[in-house]
Design a protein around this ligand. Structure first.
Ligand SMILES: [Zn+2]
Length: 404
């Protein structure tokens, strides 16, 4: 049918208005000038479909048990360059007075502020949160990356863990700086490997002071792949191009995790909390292998219920098998709106509760009009009370040395 004939035919049957981008627009004839009122192609970012599924929707306003959120960011290093925090100074992004009412409403017994930095900054973070409210806030220290190229660094950093412990820090946080940003001359040169021996005394000091290490290594698999039409997180990477570790001199996801595992194996007395479900939530079989291999390894859930909830049967088995090794975490921070899966809010916690406690189907994993970490919905795990207790607080109490 020629373009003209088709238009006449559509006019005759009164159907010109139904021609859409997917119909007329996709054929050569529809793209000719004067094609019937063509609807414009909808950009992917504007697509916000409403689910027509009629299934139970459970509101869970409070968690079944008072919980410990082992992964929050209430302070962080104030200065940095090329992804590396420099100096002791911190930025405080919330006050206990703002947080405590939300915590009480949502049944959050304690928040662990992982990014307390070191030195004077650490002391300030402890003074603001942990000292006045020791049963509500806990603060971790961080390595002084800015000194990592000095020859005396290995022992200096180990000693600094001792100072942090004395100041009141309850653990050490290692962000993905190690492996992906930190370089031989701190912000330039070759990337420093996760199992670089200069950090060995630091890992050992953490074991000596019984300070668990919360460690973020690598990122979602899709962040290491080309940003193209096959990338399941293309919208997220378009929103945050700096989160892509494809190409340049970055190691692969596999190389990063292998370096982490070599380090875990070398420090069996150090307790590790491998954040974000061991940074491999897309591959629970692999996380399981690591948990089987390293009795000193634990995981937490932060910003990965999107991954866990799209594989609810596999995830449920994972929770059953490793119920003594999984902790509750969110990665929540009160600042910014660029990452809705992490903005500290009542709504955010309610989604976690719904995911863990109910068998609801096909719901949003983040409070956002568009799923921010990939275009899919999640399914609740409906965990039994015995597992919920462990995940919400019992495992954290044991690992962090908190009195019941
Ligand atoms: Zn985090």
């Amino acid at each position: 049918m020629s373009g003209v004939n088709r238009r006449q035919w559509l006019k005759r049957i009164g159907a010109a208005g139904v021609a859409t981008a997917a119909g007329a627009g996709s054929s050569a004839e529809g793209r000719q000038a004067g094609a019937p009122q063509q609807r414009e192609r909808l950009a992917l970012e504007d697509f916000q479909p409403k689910s027509m599924l009629h299934v139970p929707e459970t509101e869970v306003k409070r968690s079944r048990f008072p919980l410990i959120d082992v992964h929050t960011h209430l302070t962080h290093g104030a200065r940095g360059k090329n992804g590396v925090t420099l100096g002791e100074e911190i930025k405080v992004v919330a006050s206990p007075e703002e947080l405590l009412p939300v915590m009480d409403r949502k049944n959050i017994r304690m928040m662990v502020n992982l990014t307390g930095n070191y030195g004077k900054g650490l002391e300030e973070a402890i003074e603001r949160f942990q000292r006045p409210h020791p049963d509500r806030f806990m603060v971790f220290t961080e390595p002084a990356y800015g000194r990592s190229n000095r020859s005396d660094y290995p022992q200096w950093q180990a000693d600094e863990i001792g100072h942090a412990h004395q100041a009141g820090a309850k653990g050490l946080k290692v962000v993905k700086t190690l492996g992906l940003y930190l370089r031989e001359q701190v912000t330039s040169g070759q990337l420093v490997k996760i199992d670089d021996p200069r950090f060995d005394p630091m890992w050992e000091a953490c074991a000596a002071f019984k300070m668990p290490v919360a460690i973020h290594i690598s990122d979602p698999e899709a962040f290491f792949l080309p940003i193209d039409r096959f990338n399941e997180r293309i919208e997220e990477l378009n929103n945050h191009p700096d989160w892509s570790f494809y190409d340049r001199d970055f190691p692969s996801n596999k190389e990063l995790l292998e370096a982490r595992n070599r380090m875990f194996a070398r420090h069996p007395k150090t307790v590790f909390i491998a954040l974000h479900v061991g940074n491999n939530a897309e591959n629970l079989a692999s996380v399981s292998e690591c948990l089987d291999r390293f009795p000193n390894m634990h995981v937490e859930l932060a910003a990965r219920i999107g991954e866990l909830g799209r594989q609810p049967r596999t995830a449920r088995k994972f929770f059953e098998k490793y119920q003594d090794r999984i902790m509750f975490g969110t990665d929540a921070s009160p600042s910014g709106s660029q990452t809705p899966q992490q903005v500290l809010s009542a709504k955010l916690y309610e989604i976690y509760y719904r995911f863990l406690e109910t068998e609801d189907e096909y719901f949003d994993y983040a409070p956002a009009p568009t799923p921010p970490q990939g275009r899919w919905q999640i399914y609740g795990l409906g965990l039994p009370e015995s597992i919920l207790r462990k995940v919400y607080y019992e495992n954290a109490e044991r690992v962090l040395g908190i009195a019941a």
